[in-house]
Design a binder for this molecule. Structure first.
Ligand code: CMC
Length: 391
């Protein structure tokens, strides 16, 4: 292999040093700045986890109040940006809108794009975290043909997002605390996950010195794929397609068949070779939300039964394929009322903090250089040009 290590998919390459997130995939452990994800999901709040990821420590009461206030003050987007939304087809996928609109933020915030100034980086990070719910809700509103709802700053980050998504002019939506709590948990569970594909994309884009808004747009583009953030949408579509418990064996057989490209969506992970600790919280939250809403969705039964069958099937056992974060999230989101097209948008909203924290960490790292992998060349050896008449 010559001078370079050939590592397709970077399965054995550490691309950076990072103090943010620790994963032990064999043990099924996920820590943010040392704190177990289960404790954060059960006891913390998304705003607090954002602060933790950005600053390294849990905030004091007043630090948390200041941080929350700062984020709240940045929730509005420039009114001109609403015109940008209107350039999309009326039935555009909200992820298509997200990629475009978040990238377009670069054109609005020239005052926070000097990446060498820590203060400007901080402001850009706050802007991104604060504006993402507004943009996400607007992407939804646009794709369903309803008027935009502007942020209300007396509500919490998560309640404000739900209200912007579900309110219509005729009726203000004030979310039930159980729903706000579940949504906040989902955000915490998606906040960061070390060097996954979209985070690596943000780092690579940022390594050239590109502005943070463009880098996050690159991350959103990467997240869209069904092997990554698109898996929650794909998982729910799969559960709906299966529909009833008696049809599960057919799909298990397809997932095991090497000649069939079908995979169990929401199953398997590059790093976790054990139960994804996020899936544990997700399953419990799904139960709480369905009970609270009095929703009796047969897909929850399909999901639980599918999980049981797979966990006891030698194929999945040998390959160490367990439910991942996306397996149950769709059940919750759909019970709350989100259309499946919004699932990956919610992932992007929550992962924004991870992306900006990782980007900040990279820029501050003295070892940082432009990311520039090499290759193993497999094309023709040198040969002489032949004029078109002689070919
Ligand atoms: N259903 C059936 N077989 C599977 C599955 C699955 N979901 N996942 C992996 N396998 C098999 C795969 O066919 C391969 O078999 P073999 O060794 O015989 O060729 C083996 O398990 C290893 O799979 P791989 O594709 O080499 O593993 P990877 O680390 O490259 O892929 C993955 C990880 C998450 C892309 C994959 O498990 C997958 O496609 N899962 C379904 C999609 C999904 O749920 N993605 C969400 C991941 S978590 C959230 C996120 O990252 O956004």
């Amino acid at each position: 292999t010559g001078m370079f290590t050939y590592d397709p998919g970077f399965t054995s390459t550490a691309s950076c040093e990072s103090g943010l997130t620790y994963i032990d995939g064999d043990a099924g452990v996920l820590l943010h700045r040392g704190y177990p994800i289960g404790q954060l999901a059960e006891q913390s709040s998304f705003m607090e986890v954002c602060y933790l990821l950005l600053n390294g420590e849990l905030p004091s009461k007043s630090e948390l109040a200041d941080f929350t206030n700062t984020i709240t003050r940045h929730t509005m987007i420039h009114e001109q940006l609403t015109a940008f939304f209107r350039g999309f087809r009326r039935d555009a996928h909200p992820m298509a809108i997200m990629v475009g609109v978040v990238g377009a933020l670069s054109a609005f915030y020239h005052d926070s794009t000097d990446i060498n100034d820590p203060e400007q980086r901080r402001i850009a990070s706050h802007r991104l975290i604060a504006k993402m719910p507004t943009i996400a809700a607007m992407a939804h509103k646009y794709s369903v043909g309803q008027p935009f709802v502007y942020p209300r700053n007396d509500l919490s980050y998560t309640a404000n997002f739900l209200r912007m998504t579900f309110s219509v002019p005729a009726e203000d939506y004030i979310p039930d605390p159980v729903i706000v709590d579940a949504m906040d948990k989902i955000f915490i569970l998606h906040a960061d996950h070390e060097q996954n594909a979209s985070t690596s994309t943000v780092r690579l884009a940022g390594s050239s010195g590109a502005n943070p808004f463009a880098c996050i747009a690159a991350g959103i583009a990467c997240l869209w794929g069904p092997a990554h953030g698109g898996a929650n949408e794909a998982a729910l579509n799969m559960l709906r397609e299966i529909g009833t418990v008696d049809r599960i064996p057919e799909y298990i057989a397809r997932a095991k068949n090497k000649d069939d490209p079908f995979r169990l969506m929401g199953f398997g992970h590059r790093v976790y070779k054990n139960y994804d600790p996020r899936a544990t919280v997700m399953q419990k939250t799904a139960k709480d939300v369905l009970e609270k809403l009095g929703v009796n969705d047969p897909i929850f039964d399909v999901a639980k039964e599918l999980e049981q069958i797979a966990l006891n099937d030698p194929y999945f056992v040998e390959k160490k394929l367990y439910p991942n974060v996306d397996f149950y999230s769709g059940v919750i989101l759909s019970a709350i009322g989100f259309p499946t097209e919004m699932f990956t948008v919610l992932f992007a909203l929550a992962r924004t903090v991870g992306w900006v924290a990782q980007w900040n960490e990279m820029i501050s790292d003295p070892a940082q250089k432009i990311g520039r992998p090499r290759q193993l060349y497999t094309g023709p050896t040198e040969r002489d040009y032949v004029p078109v008449d002689a070919r």
